[in-house]
Write a protein that binds this ligand. Structure first.
Ligand code: NAP
Length: 285
């Protein structure tokens, strides 16, 4: 599509954003769906968030995504939050409705859709979540909402795991929520159905790191690393060697992106062509 005076702008703000695949997802999708719009990335440095939001608003940017480290900080600059964003406590998608900024969170639903796509059941399952940052929060909330039996949260900063587990306990009284540190020796790995790495440990450029020692996993466990750069982290390589079913963060990324776009455009989009394109292009990178 050519750029003209009617072309709408969508974008990603965060820091750092240089490895983001979001432009690939959205520009392909806009093109496929004949939407006169472009998607750019803006690296917003510390202390510049407020100014960046004012600029986007003043320029009439129709919508944007928010990534590390601004998913929580952005909330104070928004006019309204969706129910999901309120529950999760962070925002990755903003829609500009006639100058009013509305915050949404599609990370959690993106994660759930990716599990469904890979035929992984959550109901009555025991899940180990590693990480209690923005993504960890979104994923724990959705796992609890979707009926997991037990969620054990471990995090480097144990207070954050404790705070998240308390919050979850106060909302979902039928799910058993526990927490611990990353080197928690009491975890019964034999009984864990799904492990989800929601930390940034193992992400490019620190590709030789793993969040926990994966040598205790048994082949009955599904190991999901939401990192997508690299596609197969060291953590996933270990898990694969132990015979576990493994999933990377690419499906979640694509689903959360398409869900954002559906919110911006107020229409249903076909995810299949986007998936095919992004997967083949990201493997070439
Ligand atoms: P975040 O809010 O900054 O949280 C980072 C998490 O990683 C925290 O739990 C943090 O622990 C932990 N962590 C960071 N460095 C660590 C280290 N050296 N050792 C141990 N733990 C460490 O970030 P986020 O938004 O949750 O994102 C986390 C990861 O998920 C990133 O890699 C991001 O790219 C990925 N992600 C993927 C998708 C997708 O669609 N596939 C969506 C969202 C995020 P502390 O609490 O102790 O700091």
């Amino acid at each position: 599509m050519n750029i003209d005076s009617d072309t709408k702008l969508y974008c990603l703000i965060g820091h750092p954003i240089s490895k983001s695949l979001s432009p690939l997802i959205h520009n392909f999708s806009f093109n496929e769906n004949k939407i006169n719009a472009k998607y750019l990335t803006f690296d917003v440095k510390e202390n510049n968030l407020k100014m960046a939001i004012s600029g986007l608003k003043a320029l009439g940017v129709q919508g944007f995504n928010v990534t590390i480290p601004y998913k929580t900080e952005i909330i104070q600059y928004l006019d309204e939050l969706s129910e999901e964003a309120k529950l999760i406590g962070s925002v990755n998608t903003v829609k500009n409705v006639n100058g009013k900024l509305i915050g949404y969170n599609t990370d959690g639903m993106g994660f759930i859709e990716s599990l469904k796509e890979n035929k992984i059941e959550i109901k009555e399952k025991i899940v180990l979540v590693i990480g209690a940052g923005g993504a960890g929060r979104a994923i724990c909330m959705m796992l609890a909402k979707e009926g997991a039996e037990k969620i054990h949260i471990i995090n480097r900063t144990i207070d954050k795991a404790k705070k998240l587990s308390k919050e979850l306990n106060s909302i979902f009284d039928d799910v058993l929520i526990t927490y611990g540190s990353l080197d928690n020796k009491k975890i019964d790995f034999k009984n864990i159905d799904i492990v989800v790495n929601c930390t940034s440990v193992g992400m490019y450029p620190n590709i030789d790191e793993t969040p926990i020692n994966p040598n205790h996993f048994t082949s009955k466990t599904t190991v999901y690393d939401i990192i997508y750069k690299p596609i197969k982290t060291k953590f996933l390589k270990f898990a694969e060697k132990r015979g576990c079913k493994i999933l990377n963060g690419l499906d979640m990324l694509i689903y959360q992106g398409i869900l954002s776009e559906e919110i911006w455009l107020d229409m249903n989009l076909n995810v299949e062509k986007v998936k095919k394109n992004v997967k083949s292009r990201s493997l070439q990178r």
